[in-house]
Ligand binder design. Structure first.
Ligand code: COA
Length: 91
């Protein structure tokens, strides 16, 4: 299989069922199969699956330009920007 289907993560308070808000995580396509709209198709499949399972809002976050494009194509909208902070613990 050239790809992994994004999984759906829902907060425990949203259970039973998936509840109103859920987050698809972990999209990946093997390098030899990239740029053929596979990840886009997977994302659309997740949206359809979530809608038919009672999810009202999907949310996601990414620093990957291709992944941001893949999310925006089927309608995800930018809401906020996160600043990531790192503290190195070794010299
Ligand atoms: C990110 C990933 C899943 C994309 O899979 P894919 O099947 O190649 O994606 P698609 O072909 O459906 O779509 C790629 C889109 O990103 C665009 N893109 C590619 N590189 C880009 C870049 N540097 N900046 C902006 N957009 C870019 C492509 O043009 C395409 O958009 P388009 O259809 O409008 O032309 C794949 O590269 C991957 O597995 N990467 C490693 C794992 C990873 O980083 N996952 C994301 C974090 S969870």
């Amino acid at each position: 299989m050239p790809c992994s289907l994004p999984r759906i993560m829902a907060s425990p308070s949203a259970l039973p069922g998936l509840g109103a808000n859920a987050k698809p995580i972990g999209t990946a396509v093997l390098p030899a199969f990239r740029n053929r709209d596979i990840a886009t198709a997977l994302k659309i499949r997740v949206i359809e699956w979530a809608r038919s399972n009672g999810v009202v809002t999907l949310w996601t976050a990414s620093g990957s330009p291709p992944m941001i494009r893949i999310n925006e194509k089927p309608g995800f909208q930018r809401t906020a920007t996160e600043v990531r902070l790192v503290r190195r613990l070794v010299a």
